[in-house]
Ligand binder design. Sequence first.
Ligand code: IMP
Ligand code: MG
Length: 181
Amino acid sequence: MQADLERILFDESTIHRRLDELATRISDDYRDRELTVIAILNGSVILAADLLRRIPLPLKLDCLSVASYHGGVKPKGDLVFRQVPLPDVTGRHVLILDDILDSGATLASIREKIETAGPLSVRICVLLKKKKVRARAIEPNYVGFEIADEFVVGYGLDYMERYRNLPCIGVLRKDLIAQTA
Ligand code: IMP
Ligand code: MG
């Protein structure tokens, strides 16, 4: 799988070191609060597993399954919520966990939906944030790494459902995208 990468951006130990830092900040911020983490499937599974085990607080974990890419590299815009009903977040502090902030459409829709359910607060944590102008302004509270506007895979991120199990994050070779997209 690594041969399909144009280059590696973050290796496993770099990712884990950054998760240590994020986990410390999140643990400090949510001490003595009723925290519910909502992990957005499937991209944030690996991140959730590694990050949450670094947070020594009592917390609830829920997952939400949405889709916007339909298998390609460009978002199609409309978001499909696959899991109904939404997790019960009334009276809870919610931390939404996602793999990457790209156009922002996914996180903006999810945030809106969760806010209607009466949480005490809603924050967002993403492992990656692409540097780009976004149609929907959205500022995550916790960001692992900022990256250029390139298509990346690994550590939960997929292309056509592949590469999620790569332990590192890298830029996918353009010829592989051109062949199948
Ligand atoms: P959005 O454009 O911010 O709504 O991104 C929605 C979803 O698209 C993310 O949660 C990822 O699952 C996926 N995505 C965005 N950029 C990439 C990428 O570079 N590689 C793999 N998946 C991506
Ligand atoms: Mg995806």
